[in-house]
Design a protein around this ligand. Structure first.
Ligand code: BG6
Ligand code: MG
Length: 215
């Protein structure tokens, strides 16, 4: 018998919605403009990582060194391209099993929050029509330390008034699993076990999860 938890904290990109492909397309345009080769495999390294850190990884791939000002300009440019894509998102982009799980949690009275590095969280959940399922949003607009720092999940737990050890985190990024474990939370890896070391359990999509075991 598993312990029963009181709250569910969800990463956004790659857990609730399939946005990795849009991050990739947008970064790829920036990479091309700099003459850097950027593959989907390279894009894996950007998952869960903040916008500026993602740019640093991209620049390091091409050994490109820029001033801070130039970097801010490029990050803004990438975001403009990315926002064009996410403005077209709708319910069809919600990942498998998400709505069912959110409905089950609502029925059980489990508190839910988002814990994401993305500054675009508000616009994305608005587009997907899932805002109503969350009591709090802890995102890139309010945190100062990116995952694997636990700040984003600690803030989320505080916002919904639930102790950290009573929370389950759903994450598709290695840095996110590390953040959840550092916060003393139960971590469900959404994706391949080999990509998500340190999680307490893994599912390939949320459809596989039996929520009665955890909540
Ligand atoms: C994370 C994504 O959720 O948000 C990263 O996994 C992304 O790939 C980061 O870089 C920041 O997102 P945004 O929308 O603020 O540029
Ligand atoms: Mg993610």
């Amino acid at each position: 018998m598993h312990k029963k938890y009181k709250a569910a904290l969800f990463d956004l990109d790659g857990v609730l919605v399939d946005t990795a492909k849009y991050h990739f397309l947008a970064w790829n345009q920036i990479a091309k403009s700099l003459g850097i080769t950027f593959t989907e495999e390279d894009n894996e390294r950007l998952k869960g990582v903040s916008r500026m850190e993602s740019l640093d990884i991209l620049l390091s791939l091409g050994s490109v060194i820029l001033t801070n000002e130039e970097k801010v300009e490029l990050a803004d440019k990438k975001n403009k391209i990315y926002v064009e894509y996410i403005l077209k998102l709708d319910e069809k982009d919600i990942l498998p099993g998400v709505l069912l799980l959110l409905e089950e949690l609502k029925e059980k009275g489990i508190r839910t929050a988002i814990g994401s590095a993305s500054k675009n969280t508000p616009v994305i959940i608005e587009r997907l029509g899932i805002k109503k399922y969350f009591q709090a949003i802890s995102d890139g607009n309010i945190i100062s330390k990116a995952k694997p720092d636990p700040e984003v999940f600690i803030k989320a737990a505080e916002m919904i008034n639930i102790e950290q050890k009573e929370c389950v985190v759903f994450e598709d990024a290695k840095a996110g699993i590390q953040a959840a474990k550092r916060a003393g939370m139960y971590a469900v890896g959404v994706g391949r076990k080999e990509d998500l070391p340190g999680a307490d359990r893994w599912v390939s999509t949320l459809l596989e999860l039996d929520s009665n075991q955890l909540f």
